[in-house]
Design a protein around this ligand. Structure first.
Ligand code: PAF
Length: 284
């Protein structure tokens, strides 16, 4: 696996791969890689001939400076993980390489509506930062396909809409959430949990699954279901941000007539902000 730090070197490597007629798959990451990321790499190498990963902790998507400075940076281990899998090229740019004119004067890509609620409401500007950096990375790599985890369900919806609205010729491939044995969704932020919090961390997924079960059994009192889920989390030491039932495609709040739904939740447990989601199709 080759590691490049500049856009110029990246483009040269991509040019060589394209010359050989290779289909290029891209996995953008912020590093601190775990098996969730590796499942994206595996999906990319199954569907493409040349896999590019990026590691870039994007300052533009952090609305809290402490969160940015504390974000785990584990380059040596990440490089080893990628090397051990079928990653062909790792792009590891500096902040100056990605934002040569500075962040304040950067043109912003903003995807309306789908960016606004849920995590977008509690992390203002977060999704503008994500869509801007992903656009830049897409323009640098120019992949045929890009792979995103379903754990970040809203991020995936934002990227899908961005690609459609801006006519980007890139296939967006969703990859199922990878979970620990007890069901906790894998996330770089799980590393912030103490041993005791870690034992309690699976509750967020269990609570969301209980909402799914209630929906399946015909309960349509969405308000009460979400309230009850948040109360259960609070009772176990979480600080819930939201639990919401939305239309699975648009992420608009669901109405009783909707059948394709997603239940999403976010909550702090100690220093870790945990998010998770499950979809349900009430017709199946
Ligand atoms: O999901 C992430 O790790 C980041 O939001 C992404 C997509 C790499 C953009 O910085």
């Amino acid at each position: 696996m080759k590691v490049v730090e500049t856009v110029r070197e990246l483009r040269e490597q991509i040019r060589l791969a394209r010359q050989q007629g290779k289909r290029i798959g891209f996995v953008p990451t912020m590093g601190n890689l775990h098996e969730g990321h590796m499942s994206l790499i595996d999906a990319a190498s199954e569907q493409c001939d040349f896999v590019v990963a990026s590691i870039f902790v994007n300052p533009l998507q952090f609305n809290n400076p402490d969160d940015l400075s504390l974000y785990p940076r584990t380059f040596a281990a990440d490089q080893q993980h990628l090397q051990d899998r079928d990653c062909n090229l790792l792009f590891f740019p500096s902040v100056d390489e990605v934002y040569p004119a500075g962040q304040d004067l950067q043109a912003i890509v903003s995807v309306p509506d789908v960016s606004d609620g849920l995590c977008g409401a509690s992390r203002p500007g977060h999704f503008d930062g994500v869509s801007t950096v992903v656009t830049k990375l897409f323009n640098m790599v120019q992949p045929d396909a890009a792979f995103f985890g379903e754990k970040d369900y809203q991020q995936l919806a934002v990227i899908k809409k961005m690609v459609t609205d801006l006519c980007m010729p890139i296939e967006i491939v969703p990859v199922a959430t990878k979970r620990e044995e007890d069901g906790l969704a894998m996330s770089s932020r799980n590393g912030y949990l103490t041993a005791q919090e870690r034992e309690n961390a699976v509750l967020i997924s269990q609570v969301l699954l209980q909402v799914i079960e209630s929906l399946r059994s015909g309960n349509k009192d969405f308000e009460q279901l979400c309230q009850q889920a948040k109360s259960q989390l609070s009772a176990q030491g979480y600080e819930p941000d939201y639990v919401q039932i939305c239309q699975a495609q648009s992420l608009k709040p669901a109405s009783k007539a909707d059948t394709s739904l997603v239940v999403l939740g976010a909550a702090f447990l100690g220093k870790a902000r945990l998010i998770d989601n499950f979809t349900v199709d009430l017709l199946s």
